[in-house]
Design a protein around this ligand. Sequence first.
Ligand SMILES: [Zn+2]
Length: 282
Amino acid sequence: MIFWIDTHCHLDAPDFWPLAHTRQALVATENIVYCVIPAIHVANFDAVRNLAHSQNHSYALGIHPLSVAHAHDDDVAILDATLNQYQDDERLVAVGEIGLDFFDPALNTDLLCERQEFFFHEQLKLARRYRLPVLLHTRKSVDHVLQGLRREAPALGWRGIAHAFNGSWQQATAFLDVGLKLGFGGALTYPRALHLRQLATALPLSAMVLETDAPDMPPQWLYKTAAQRAAREPQGINSPAELPRIGMELAALRAISADDLAKATTHNALQALPKLVDIDQI
Ligand SMILES: [Zn+2]
C-alpha cells in the first residue's frame, strides 16, 4: 500500500456531487490518497471545512484570484474572522487558494488587476499573522507573485506551495529560494509538455509535491479532444484517484520507484504544510 498526498484538490466542486462518486473513485485505487482542499471564496469556507472533517482530509481558506470580480472588501475581514475562529483546527493547514491570474483576459482590466493585487496582499498578511503556509495560484503571474511574497516578508521566507507550477527554471529556483515547494500534476502527463516534463525530471526531488487540481487539469488519459467529445466519447472526471498514476508517470520520468516518489513527495508536503503532521493518518 502506497500513501500519496494530493496537495490541491477542489473536492467540494459540483463535479463531485454526489459524494458517493468521489468515495467510489478514491476506494477504487489500491492506494491511499489524502487531500488538501483549498477554498476559492468565502461562500465555500464551510463546505471545504465540513468536507475535510467528514472525509478525513485537510483544508485551506482563501479567496481565489478568479473570485475577486465578485468578492467584497469585507470578505478579507470574513477570512480573518474565520482563520481566527478555526486557528486551532488541526485540519486547517494553509491560506489558499490565493494568488494572481493574468491569463484570463476578462480578469486583465486595470481595475481587476488592482483588485487581484489587493486581495493577494491582504491574504499574504493574514497568512503571516496566523503563521500559516500559502497555496498559490500563479497562472501567467509568477514574477508578480514572487514580488508580492518578497514585499510582504522580505527577510523571513515563506512556507507553502506554488500550485500547478509551469514556469521557467529560473522562476522555479526563485520559488524554492523563498521557501516554497512546487506543485506538479496532470499537466506533466502530456508527452507534448516537453518543457514541464524536463523541469519535473531535472528539479531536485525535494522541490516537488503532487496534486491533481481535480476536477480541473485532467491527466492525458482522461482528456478528450473536441473531435472525441463531438463523437460523444464521455469526458473522464479528474479526481484524487488519478494521483497515483500521475505519481507513477513522474517516477518513470525520474527513473525512480513509485514508492520512493510517494515517500519523498509526502515528506515534502509535510514540510510545506507542517500542520499535516498532526493528522493521525499521516
Ligand atoms: Zn485550484
